[in-house]
Design a protein around this ligand. Structure first.
Ligand SMILES: NC(=O)c1ccc[n+]([C@@H]2O[C@H](COP(=O)([O-])OP(=O)(O)OC[C@H]3O[C@@H](n4cnc5c(N)ncnc54)[C@H](O)[C@@H]3O)[C@@H](O)[C@H]2O)c1
Length: 354
C-alpha cells in the first residue's frame, strides 16, 4: 500500500464505519474524476456507485479508485444510481442537468454535493434549495475557490472589521483558453458562457466576503467574439453565449464591485484570477501566481505594506467535497448556509439581465 493510501486508511479508521456515508458519483469527466479521487484518498466515505453516460468513463473511474473502493457498481444510468442504497450523491455532469439530478436525489432523501452551477437560473436554484429544505438533506456546491489556502483568513479579515468598511471590490477571472467540450457551447446544457463557467466563482467570493449585502443595482456588458450581445427579450434565453463579461454591482450599503471574466482572452498567460477587497482600514487580495490555475497568494495590504497570508502550492481542489462528505458523516440534515446559493444565482441572473 502506498503512503497516501496508508494515510487515507488511517484517517478512515478514525471515523466509525457505521457513520461513513455511502456515496454515488454522477459524471466522472474531468472534474468528477478529480473529486472522486479526492474522496477516495480521504477515506471518509464509501464509494458505492459510479454512473456516467459513457459507461467506459465510469469503468475507468472505478479502476482509478479500485484500491479504495473495490466493489463499486458502475452504470450509464442516473436512475440506476438512485436505486442504490446511498446517503449522498456527488454530481459532476454537464451544468444543464444539475438542478434536475440534484432534485431527483434530494427527493429520494439523499444529500447532494453538486458542481457549480447548481442551476441555470435562480428559479432552478430556488427549486433545488426548497427540495433540500423539504427533505431536510445536506446540499452543497463546489465553490472550490473558497477553500484555497488563505481565503478563510481573507474572509475573517473582512468579517472581523479588520479591513474597516469594505467599499470596493475588483474581481477578475480571465482564461486564455475556452472549454474543450461541445456541451459548454450549447446554452441548454451549459446555462451560459464565461459568466456561468467562471464569473460564478467570483460572484460567490464577492457575496461571501461582503456577507451577502442587499444588491441595489447591476449593470453588465456581455460580448461574444468581440460583438456586444443584445439584452434578451423578457422570458427568452440569451441571444448567444458570452466569452467576455463585465459587470458593475452597487450594494445598498454603498459598496461597489467590478467583475470581469472571459474565455480565450489574450491574457499573456494561462489565466488571470484576482479578487481584491478594499476597505477603509486595509485591503485583502487573492491572486493567482504566474498565470497558474492552481497556485495563489493571499495578501493583507495596508498602504504600501503587504503581509502574505498564504502562498505556494496547495492541493485545494478536493477540499470542498471532502468537507461535505465529512459533514454528511456527522449529520445529513439541511444546512441553512445553502440558502446563500440563491443569492449567487440571483446576481448571476441580474448579470444576464433576465
Ligand atoms: N468547481 C469548479 O471549479 C469546476 C471546474 C470544472 C468544471 N466544473 C463543473 O463541473 C461540471 C462538469 O464539467 P467537466 O469539465 O468535468 O465536464 P466533462 O464533460 O469532462 O464531464 C461531464 C461528464 O458527465 C457525463 N454525463 C453526461 N450526461 C450524463 C448523465 N445524464 N448522467 C451521468 N453522467 C453524464 C459525461 O459523459 C462526462 O463524462 C460542469 O457543470 C462544470 O461547470 C466545476
Amino acid at each position: 500500500m502506498s503512503d497516501t493510501a496508508l494515510c487515507a486508511a488511517a484517517r478512515a479508521e478514525c471515523l466509525p464505519a457505521t457513520r461513513r456515508p455511502r456515496l454515488g458519483f454522477a459524471g466522472v469527466g474531468w472534474i468528477g474524476l478529480n473529486r472522486l479521487q479526492a474522496v477516495a484518498a480521504d477515506g471518509a466515505a464509501d464509494i458505492v456507485c459510479i454512473t456516467d453516460l459513457s459507461v467506459d468513463a465510469a469503468r475507468e473511474a472505478a479502476r482509478a479508485v479500485a484500491d479504495r473502493a473495490p466493489y463499486t457498481f458502475v452504470s450509464d444510468s442516473f436512475e440506476d444510481l438512485l436505486a442504490e442504497d446511498l446517503d449522498g450523491v456527488v454530481i459532476a455532469t454537464p451544468s444543464g442537468l444539475h438542478a434536475q439530478q440534484a432534485m431527483a436525489a434530494l427527493g429520494r432523501g439523499l444529500a447532494v454535493f453538486c458542481q457549480k452551477p447548481l442551476g441555470r437560473t435562480a428559479h432552478e436554484v430556488a427549486q433545488t434549495i426548497e427540495m433540500a429544505q423539504a427533505r431536510d438533506r445536506l446540499l452543497a456546491v463546489d465553490f472550490c475557490y473558497r477553500t484555497v489556502a488563505g481565503v478563510t483568513q481573507l474572509v475573517e479579515l473582512a468579517h472581523s472589521g479588520a479591513l474597516g468598511e469594505i467599499f470596493a471590490a475588483d474581481l477578475v477571472f480571465h482564461n486564455a483558453y475556452g472549454p474543450d467540450k461541445p456541451w459548454f457551447y450549447d446554452l441548454r446544457q451549459s446555462g451560459g458562457g464565461c459568466v456561468m463557467d467562471l464569473g460564478i466563482h467570483l460572484v460567490d467570493l464577492l457575496l461571501l466576503v461582503l456577507d451577502y449585502p442587499c444588491v441595489a443595482a447591476v449593470s453588465s456588458s456581455l460580448h461574444a467574439a468581440g460583438k456586444r450581445l443584445a439584452r434578451p427579450a423578457a422570458g427568452s434565453p440569451a441571444a448567444g453565449l458570452e466569452d467576455h463579461a463585465f459587470a458593475e454591482v452597487r450594494f445598498a450599503n454603498g459598496a461597489t464591485a467590478r467583475i470581469a471574466c472571459s474565455w480565450r482572452l489574450s491574457a499573456g498567460r494561462d489565466a488571470i484570477i484576482e479578487a481584491a477587497f478594499y476597505g477603509t482600514r486595509g485591503a485583502a487580495v487573492l491572486r493567482n501566481v504566474g498565470g497558474s490555475f492552481y497556485d495563489f497568494t493571499v495578501e493583507h495590504c495596508k498602504g504600501t505594506a503587504r503581509q502574505t497570508l498564504a502562498s505556494g502550492p496547495d492541493d485545494w481542489g478536493g477540499r470542498a467535497v471532502r468537507s461535505w462528505a465529512r459533514q454528511l458523516a456527522m449529520n445529513a440534515a439541511f444546512d441553512s448556509s445553502a440558502t446563500c446559493l440563491y443569492d449567487v444565482a440571483t446576481l448571476i441572473d441580474a448579470i444576464y439581465e433576465r
